[in-house]
Ligand binder design. Structure first.
Ligand code: FE
Length: 391
């Protein structure tokens, strides 16, 4: 038996934000990040629409990028005090991810991150509140997924939470919010979405329900991401839908080792973080090369290439993705990332540990080809130096 879960309602298109007026409840808490949503006037609009729906509103602001355990606990406390029956999260992935965890601690104050971390082991939510997510970036698709990532900075651990209980009830995919994204963020989040769709399409858990979503998302991202990056707002609007379709696919089909590698290299080096979407974009062509030794994966990469009007081969898909990266000003390897901030000696020193951790990542299990820590170390080396993957 398999399960396919999506939000009950997805409002999309320009003006979708007004759907907030149709929510039924008495108290809504609005969870938001650093300030861009406030600056561009979207936060005010959200509160106004909720008030028009007859709700009392309260704002919880200041969720940081890579939200912390402390922020989650403060948010849950604010919710226990205000007793909302709607949680409305607006912004990039972080405020929405944080609000998902706050929701669990609001309804179950005595649960722990250790308990929530066990995949698909959440307590039953919606005993107090329902959840509405409004994304402002076009990539993570957390508005439709069963995932959230919270960081414990004291312990230096990331808690990946995964459970269909935290799939939102309502997603509002209004492209007006995504039009505020700066150029680089557009490129990185867009390639994150591309990676979601491609990994979902070849995942061991892909199925008839996820395949069409993944394939259509790949086609749309292929057609629109570069133009969106270059300021074409009609393309930007379509990208907001494309990333959401990719999210519906991967929330149900799960991901693969591109994400395992991006998760474990992201904060591993003293030179700086490797931004999630950029890491995915750099590793994706290498991982496709590695996975294509599996005949079924090779065949499915060929299907993707064919659907893009390319020669139906893995090689053609890889060439296409590399060309996209170049147009998006994304480097081809870690060595060239941000002018070389990831030190070679440190990378090599940490390689065995990072490789081991990446193999143990939750996303490795659904990758189409199994991988050993030794192979992972070799693959990561290929990603550092931009080498051919021939094993
Ligand atoms: Fe991702």
């Amino acid at each position: 038996m398999a399960r396919f879960t999506l939000p009950r309602d997805i409002y999309h298109g320009k003006g979708a934000l007004e759907a907030l007026k149709t929510l039924e409840g008495t108290h809504a808490i609005v969870v938001v990040g650093g300030g861009s949503m406030k600056r561009f006037g979207f936060l005010d609009k959200v509160c106004q629409y909720l008030q028009e729906a007859g709700m009392e509103t309260r704002v919880f602001e200041g969720v940081e990028p890579d939200p912390s355990v402390e922020t989650v606990m403060r948010g849950a406390e604010a919710m226990r005090e205000f007793q909302p029956d709607w949680i409305v999260a607006i912004g990039g992935g972080s405020p929405i991810d944080a609000a998902k965890a706050m929701w669990a601690f609001y309804e179950y104050p005595h649960t722990t991150f250790e308990q929530l971390c066990i995949p698909f082991n959440f307590p039953k939510l919606r005993t107090k509140a329902r959840f509405c997510a409004i994304p402002s970036t076009s990539g993570t698709a957390t508005e439709v997924t069963a995932f959230s990532v919270i960081t414990d900075y004291q312990k230096g651990v990331k808690y990946p939470l995964a459970d269909f209980n935290i799939t939102p009830d309502v997603a509002i995919v209004d492209p007006a919010l995504a039009e505020t994204m700066p150029k680089k963020l557009t490129a990185h989040t867009g390639m994150d979405a591309m990676t979601h769709a491609i990994e979902a399409y070849v995942s061991t858990l892909h199925c008839d329900y996820t395949d069409p979503l993944a394939l259509h998302a790949i086609k749309m991202i292929s057609a629109d991401l570069v133009d969106s990056f270059n300021g074409d707002m009609a393309a930007r609007d379509r990208m907001h839908n494309a990333q959401c379709l990719a999210g519906m696919a991967f929330s149900n089909a799960l991901l693969g080792i591109v994400h395992s590698m991006a998760h474990k290299t992201g904060a591993a080096y003293t030179g700086g973080h490797i931004v999630h979407g950029c890491a995915n974009a750099m590793y994706l062509p290498k991982v496709i090369q590695f996975n294509s030794k599996n005949a079924e994966a090779d065949r499915r990469y060929g299907e993707i290439a064919a659907s893009l009007g390319l020669e139906p081969t893995t090689g053609a898909l890889i060439a296409h993705l590399k060309a996209m990266n170049e147009k998006l000003e994304i480097p081809s390897c870690i060595r060239d990332y941000e002018g070389g901030i990831i030190d070679e000696a440190e990378f090599l020193e940490k390689l065995p540990t990072v490789a081991e951790l990446a193999v143990g990542d939750a996303c490795t299990g659904s990758n189409p080809r199994a991988i050993t820590p030794d192979e992972m170390a070799k693959l990561l080396k290929c990603c550092y130096y931009d080498l051919e993957v021939d094993f």
